[in-house]
Unconditional design. Structure first.
Length: 615
């Protein structure tokens, strides 16, 4: 028996590979045992029979009818009675077995299919799968579930070295996100780490670096030690520029300890612990939603009543057709995610005409229907929160740089909230004020981590900094520029002469530039520094930051290296949460016996294959 079988002995009834055996009640068991002349061993013919139970004829021991087949079989084994198993005979085609190399290739593709399509290992032992595979490939010897698991572990071990080699090729630094997750199926905890960087083609890449079974206390110190150990195994500890996490106290301690370790061991390196912008928005909006808590509760109860009733759903669908409206499935929010509450309220508003008719015909749900005051509060809230919902979506992406936009987005949010704080409507005024205070509180903490990324984003530069903080931002970028310039090969540095043809047109363009910031801070010189030259250029609002730097590498070689390192920093920790979403689809009821290490291998290899790191 493999370790994956022994993982959870108390859940025999969930054993995934018993689905073809004894699926019925005690009557079926009796009929299956008849060939062994022990037909009365279990069943209702036993004098000790009790409804709802299987009773052993030998010792009168009782088992609930929901008891798993494996448990019943083990009990019969105590009496030296062998329980029969359904057997299938696969009619195989005659074929010469593959040689070793061909067999290995087919094993590889089978392993990839099991991992990427989230298949239970036992599928390789099912009758119809064997028949299907044998029909198309009679030369292939199909492995059993134990070998299939071993293939996955071996693949993980081998391909991990491939990933280490791929990361070694990257010239820039790496940004991370990290988060903790506990499976609701087997209560196993994991620490997920995603890595983000700009590759040699100036494309933003990301994948699951590791998802580590976490059996110790979830303290910040323990999390920091696990992250450091993982980074050292991948040989990238001295190349980490930032870590983005949520605002949990353990993660805050973790970020602080990693920063101290890097400062002690790698004094020449800069490191930032970034707070998740989406979590900051969530904390702020949750604070504001407390003001309409009663209205939200009523909406939630109405949603649950409709969603849990097939009759009400059918009636609502008919009423939507009657009103020429698109039917939308009822949504129930998750109290820890503000945008799910936003979507629930928006659903309510969208179907208001049909809901009025539904409630009129069903008095049982009328008590949950919003009254006039509730509707005013809900609609005012939706108007206020629409911009914040769009901001959350935008900053939660991992396919394009987001950290440089954090300051731009949050400045817009604060201006939006200030506008609503001046409204006469009670709900909008008080909610905007409440959200603004909470966001402002966290923004003071987040501020430092996004300065460099904002400046090297050609869409922003210094324009996103208010007058009072502009000089501070300039000091930051000059300090970083000095560090990078000292590490850069002098022969690659490009100088910009004031009498060059390009410089003439740039100066001509600047005469008509409305950007007062650059005019006040910089003047033309005989020979322009690279940083000064970059900041004098007008912002390029519609550009792709990475494409811009790729095109301007020869002009700004030092700044290019800064941009390559700082732009991949993540504004949110959503990438880790997305990895856990895949984990939830991997550790399921039909795969509840997966050992944590096996689940880790499946998740990592799947991510590496999906991102094209391995074949």
């Amino acid at each position: 028996m493999s370790s994956d079988e022994e993982f959870n002995p108390n859940q025999e009834n969930l054993e995934e590979y018993d689905t073809e055996e004894w699926e019925g009640s005690e009557e079926q068991i009796c009929s299956e045992l008849s060939d062994l002349d022990i037909s009365n061993t279990l069943g209702s013919t036993n004098p000790s029979y009790t409804p709802g139970y299987n009773v052993c004829k030998k010792c009168s021991h009782r088992y609930k009818i929901t008891t798993g087949v494996s448990t019943l079989r083990k009990h019969l084994n105590k009496h030296q009675l062998r329980a029969p198993t359904k057997k299938y005979q696969v009619l195989t085609k005659k074929g010469v077995p593959f040689n070793y190399d061909e067999q290995k290739i087919h094993d590889k593709y089978l392993t990839n299919w099991l991992i990427c399509d989230l298949q239970p290992f036992t599928v390789v032992e099912t009758h119809h799968f064997k028949a299907f595979l044998n029909f198309f490939c009679p030369n292939y010897i199909i492995p059993d579930r134990h070998k299939a698991k071993d293939f996955i572990i071996d693949t993980f071990t081998a391909q991990r070295n491939t990933v280490i080699g791929e990361l070694r090729k990257i010239t820039g630094k790496f940004a991370l996100t990290a988060d903790m997750w506990t499976s609701t199926i087997n209560q196993e905890a994991f620490l997920g780490i995603t890595i983000h960087y700009v590759d040699l083609d100036w494309k933003l890449q990301n994948f699951l670096l590791d998802i580590i079974p976490f059996k110790i206390r979830h303290t910040g110190t323990n999390i920091a030690q696990e992250i450091k150990r993982t980074l050292e195994e991948f040989n990238i500890f001295d190349r980490i520029i930032a870590l983005t996490t949520d605002n949990e106290s353990a993660m805050i301690v973790c970020g602080r300890e990693i920063a101290l370790t890097i400062e002690d061991e790698i004094s020449s390196m800069t490191f930032s612990h970034c707070r998740c912008a989406a979590h900051v928005l969530n904390l702020g909006v949750q604070e504001g939603l407390k003001l309409i808590n009663d209205s939200v509760k009523k909406a939630r109860k109405l949603m649950k009543s409709i969603k849990n009733s097939t009759r009400l759903c059918d009636e609502l669908r008919l009423l939507c057709d009657l009103k020429n409206m698109k039917y939308l499935k009822p949504l129930i929010d998750i109290v820890t995610r503000w945008n799910s509450t936003f979507y629930m309220l928006r659903w309510l508003e969208a179907l208001e005409p049909a809901l009025v008719l539904l409630v009129a015909d069903n008095r049982s749900i009328s008590i949950y229907y919003p009254n006039d005051d509730d509707w005013i509060a809900i609609k005012d809230t939706l108007l206020l929160l629409e911009l914040l919902e769009r901001a959350t979506k935008y900053l939660s992406a991992s396919s394009y740089p987001t950290i440089g936009e954090t300051r731009f987005i949050f400045s817009g949010i604060q201006a939006h909230l200030i506008k609503y704080m001046e409204k006469e409507t009670f709900t909008q005024r008080d909610m905007a004020s409440s959200i603004y205070r909470k966001i402002r509180q966290y923004w003071m903490i987040m501020d430092e981590s996004s300065i460099i990324s904002a400046i090297v984003d050609p869409r922003n530069k210094l324009t996103v900094f208010p007058e009072e903080s502009r000089l501070n931002a300039l000091r930051h970028i000059k300090a970083i520029y000095k560090i990078y310039k000292e590490q850069f090969t002098p022969t690659n540095t490009v100088q910009y002469a004031s009498n060059s043809k390009r410089q003439y047109f740039l100066l001509l363009q600047q005469e008509n530039e409305v950007d007062r910031i650059n005019e006040e801070m910089f003047t033309s010189t005989i020979e322009l520094e690279e940083l000064d030259h970059y900041l004098q250029l007008p912002v390029d609002v519609g550009t792709d930051p990475l494409m811009w730097w790729q095109a301007h590498y020869n002009e700004f070689p030092v700044l290019c290296n800064i941009a390559r390192d700082f732009l991949p920093i993540q504004a949110t920790s959503v990438a880790s949460e997305q990895a856990f979403s895949v984990a939830g689809n991997t550790i399921t009821k039909t795969r509840n016996r997966l050992l944590p290490e096996t689940a880790r291998a499946c998740l990592c290899v799947k991510s590496w294959m999906d991102k094209g790191l391995i074949e």
